[in-house]
Design a protein around this ligand. Sequence first.
Ligand code: 4AD
Ligand code: MG
Length: 497
Amino acid sequence: MTAQIKDLNHFDGKEATLQGWLYGKRSGGKVVFLLVRDGTGVCQCVVEARQPELFQAASDLGQESSLTVTGTIRADARSPGGFEMAVSRLQVHQPVRDYPITRKAHGIDFLMEHRHLWLRSGRQTAILRIRHAIIKAARQFFDDHGFTLIDTPILAPGAAEGAGTLFPVDYFGEQAYLAQTGQLYLESACMAFGKVYCFGPTFRAEKSKTRRHLTEFWMIEPEIAYAEIGDLMNWVEQFISHIVQSVLKAHREELGTLGRDVAALEKITVPFPRITYSEAIDLLKSPETHRKMNEELEKDRELLKKMIADLAALEAEKEHARQAWAQDKIARQIQELREAIRDLETSITNRPEHLKHALEFVWGEDLGGDEETIISRQFEKPVIVTEYPRKAKAFYMKPSPDNPEVVLNMDVLAPEGYGEIVGGSQREDDFQALEKRMTDENMDPAPYRWYLDLRKYGSVPHGGFGLGIERTVAWICGLKHIRETIPFPRLMGRMYP
Ligand code: 4AD
Ligand code: MG
């Protein structure tokens, strides 16, 4: 029977067969070490020269050759999973000679072009395993709290989150769009079930090439009847802390592979800080914030100097490295360091400008990525920002009874500069108020007749929110860019593979 590498601890001293792919290979004179991966882990498989045929076959194998190996399993601290195999049989399914992603250094464009193969790397599988865990924890949370899963349509007759980011689809000669959210349909189902959620792909024709924007992303959205904005804040903090704690419980190893600062994630427990949009603006302009941000900037300038010195040292080291594998290893480190230096340089160059904009920020605009970065850096936990200006937000949000210029909404900004991961609100539940708001926004009422109906037949206070899976993955994994958080990212300017 085939064993899985993650289960090899049950095979100590026994024979096992593994089916997988060659991840890497080292030769040490009289032995060849095959690093075999099977999707559950990596195992060092040892082939000795005293088995000449086997030794020759193993020595000839190229990276990503598919193979079945059989042999005796023994504990060995030098093997990645703690167990290695003394190989007695080797079957090669397909020998590979020219796998494009080598142990050498590759730039990000090359890797994105080869995303279909890049998925096999240890770092990418760690990220996608954590993505799976985040989705599982998110669904489990709602399943365990009495929510019913409702699948909302992908083809929609109108906009829900602003006409500016719609992807049009020709629907038998009529204009349809790819869904920006499941929310409006979820509001209907919420009046049938009380508590519902949807989970699916959503689409935004975002014409922005930022590290936070995809054109196709996955969102999980709950909708709750008889809920007001305060209830939504309680739900969202329980929900997010449950996700983070679940990942910490099951995926420390993957977080380690990614070099994630786990201590920062351990702090993500309820309650979360709550501030209003107006307080967020005060924070953007406060001398204390600017002092802290400038201090960080100074520290980063020092760090940059150190990184540049390290780069020079690595380059010198590469000159002197004799073996090819040592040169490749240093080349990879150089490549990574160069990218990190470029990112840090850009960040350092941009920050004075962002801080200047923060000072000039006028009440009434939506918070942009740069403002969110500054605000979220002031907190160790996600911060819930409420009561945004009505004009900056979607038509369905209910204005505050105390101040109709602001709405009963919340954005949750993830710490460490990550920014918005959740948007949500209490919904306008009054027929006339909603109709007027739609007229004010010049919306064609035809596609929304059914939505207005919900305000005629047993309307109640209700609301919900949407959590973007990819932004959550980026934050929990500590990634700089959203492109690695989804198997095949759709970005402005990228549709391949
Ligand atoms: O704030 P948004 O636009 O809210 C809604 O769609 C509501 N209908 C949700 C609701 O109340 N049921 O989007 C929600 C979240 C954002 O906070 C962000 O995490 C993610 O979806 N998101 C994106 N993620 C990646 N790329 C984009 N272009 C995104 N746009 C939104
Ligand atoms: Mg939003």
